[in-house]
Design a protein around this ligand. Structure first.
Ligand code: GLN
Length: 550
């Protein structure tokens, strides 16, 4: 780099939501990283919630947990996966978080007796956070995603912060607008007008985008590039196509077909290195696998969040899906996921028998009692029929309850979360959680973030990780009740991963001699699965699924 100052790229969205700003940020980051720049990314969510932890995943998609325990938006997962980063709470902000800090500072007399106002004090706090995240990461480039769509009321103060940063240092701040170009069916032609309006609306906030990323069914043609250039005030080479893709991992590759990293470096005024060929080839190879996986591996995903109105919200389990993909691609397999509603397994044995057609079953994380009996029936069926089973957090707790009920004969075994009056609470509230629950302190109060665990020799867990000590991310309030551990182990369930002090059960499994893969984790391994580094437990699970075919 020629200059030492940190550069900032703001990514905003035009016309409609869901145009892939998060994946754009991740892809821009990747192409710049590949040019030798140190990149970090920030997500701004304009809602009042202090974090995403108090939101139902059907409202806002998956809650992505960082190593430091911050409960964030699923885009943070994309940033970490594309950029192979370990982000922190500095990389995530919401309106609630920003206001909370400003109000706390005001209460502490930190504004020296001034009248504290929405403008400039809220944008100042936003700017302080952006800069701090950049400094902490020692980043050359900070990419900031401003959530929401241009023209909304909610994100105005964040745009105001961005505008102020640009005035302070025009050379170091760049704006990219990701916009949508519809091709109405009856008209059959890609339309640029909504994007023109979106740019004008952004102009009304005092911001001129430096670059347009044009999402649409297909790439832009010359005519449309010229039109956008003329009406959105930028040279044609700053208008970049982002056609729909089958696989999001192609997006950085498509960007580089338009030499986007060169263009960005030019706008940012930085001289960067030549592309790193080996790491680019590794990404290409990975993306190619995503297309070429020949044989399908069929996975049943059991949960309750899937149906919201007419939409199936697989977004609620984004990281799980990606983790399954990486481990499948690495074995040249194409994962085919089927979403099954746990409630459907509550009464019908015929429905359970249908599970035989899958190569494996996953029960991901969950909360509350709805659908739990159905999940328990699924676990029993998977155990008895030797169908590979992977339980993630709640899915591991289900495993323990099912084992207690059907192998130990404790018929009313349950988790306190579902039935506090059961005589056999095999999954109980963690000691540290009791006070929080008593005081209704739900936000940010679970066991959150990265914790170490020690693995037992000769287990599937140990053989998969190939190491004794692991660190994984958690998000739960309940745990295996220590008073049942002896009985569960005596009857064959193995706790192959425990907290370093031995008190908390982190992984449960059946030995390979009894079942090809029956394993659950109290943590969420999916948060640490990366494209070029598939997660060892997901890989072991997928291998077992593939083995079932043979
Ligand atoms: N509801 C369970 C708990 O709080 C599991 C949480 C989860 O699956 N993330 O312990």
């Amino acid at each position: 780099m020629s200059k030492k100052e940190t550069k900032y790229i703001f990514v905003v969205g035009g016309v409609i939501s869901g145009v892939g700003k998060g994946v754009t940020v991740s892809s821009l980051g990747l192409i710049l990283k590949n040019r030798g720049l140190k990149v970090t990314a920030i997500k701004i969510d304009p809602y009042i919630n202090v974090d995403a932890g108090t939101m139902n995943p059907t409202e806002h998609g998956e809650v992505f947990v960082l190593s430091d325990g911050d409960e964030t938006d699923q885009d943070m997962g994309n940033y970490e996966r594309f950029l192979d980063l370990d982000l922190t709470r500095l990389n995530y902000m919401t309106t609630g978080r920003v206001y909370k800090t400003v109000i706390e500072k005001e209460r502490n007399l930190e504004y020296g007796g001034k009248c504290v106002e929405v403008v400039p004090h809220i944008p100042f706090e936003v700017i302080r956070r952006i800069k701090k995240a950049g400094e902490a990461a020692k980043a050359n480039v900070v990419i900031i995603e401003i959530g929401g769509t241009i023209g909304e009321y909610q994100n105005i103060l964040f745009l105001e912060a961005a505008r102020m940063m640009k005035i302070e240092n025009p050379e170091n701040v760049v704006f990219a607008m990701v916009s949508y170009l519809p091709t109405p069916g009856k008209i059959g032609e890609m339309k640029t007008k909504p994007t023109q309006h979106a740019v004008r609306t952004l102009n009304a906030s005092g911001i001129q985008p430096d670059m347009l990323i044009a999402r649409g069914e297909v790439s832009l043609d010359k005519k449309r590039k010229e039109k956008l250039s003329l009406f959105c005030n930028m040279p044609t080479d700053r208008v970049v196509s982002a056609p729909d893709v089958e696989n999001i991992y192609d997006i950085p590759l498509n960007f580089e077909k338009e030499k986007l990293s060169d263009k960005l470096c030019k706008i940012l005024g930085i001289v960067c290195k030549k592309p790193n060929v080996p790491s680019w080839n590794a990404w290409k190879k990975f993306a190619r696998h995503a297309h070429n996986g020949k044989k399908a591996v069929k996975i049943a995903m059991i949960g309750k969040y899937f149906e919201t109105g007419d939409f199936i919200l697989s977004d609620s389990y984004l990281s799980v899906i990606e983790a399954i993909k990486y481990s499948s691609y690495a074995q040249n397999k194409k994962p085919v996921l089927t979403w099954l509603n746990s409630a459907d397994f509550e009464k019908s044995p015929a429905k359970l028998r249908e599970l035989k057609k899958y190569d494996g079953i996953v029960i991901p994380g969950g909360f509350g009692s709805r659908g739990v009996e159905g999940k328990l029936n699924v676990v029993k069926f998977a155990r008895e029929n030797k169908i590979p089973y992977f339980g993630l957090c709640y899915g591991m707790q289900m495993m323990v309850i099912e084992y207690a009920r059907n192998v130990l004969g404790l018929k009313d075994a349950n988790t306190r979360e579902v039935n506090p009056s059961s005589k056999n609470i095999v999954i109980d509230v963690m000691e540290s959680q009791k006070e929080h629950l008593k005081n209704n302190l739900y936000g940010g109060s679970m066991r959150l973030g990265a914790y170490k665990a020690i693995l037992r020799d000769g287990t599937i867990a140990k053989n998969s990780y190939q190491k004794k000590e692991i660190t994984e991310r958690h998000r739960h309030r309940y745990e295996v009740n220590p008073s049942f551990i002896g009985d569960l182990e005596a009857k064959g369930l193995v706790f192959s991963g425990r907290s370093p002090d031995g008190h908390l059960m982190e992984i449960a499994e059946l030995p390979k001699s009894k079942h090809p893969f029956f394993l659950g984790t109290q943590f969420h391994p999916e948060f640490l699965a990366h494209p070029l580094a598939p997660h060892p437990l997901f890989t072991a699970f997928i291998k077992a699924c593939v083995g079932r075919r043979k």
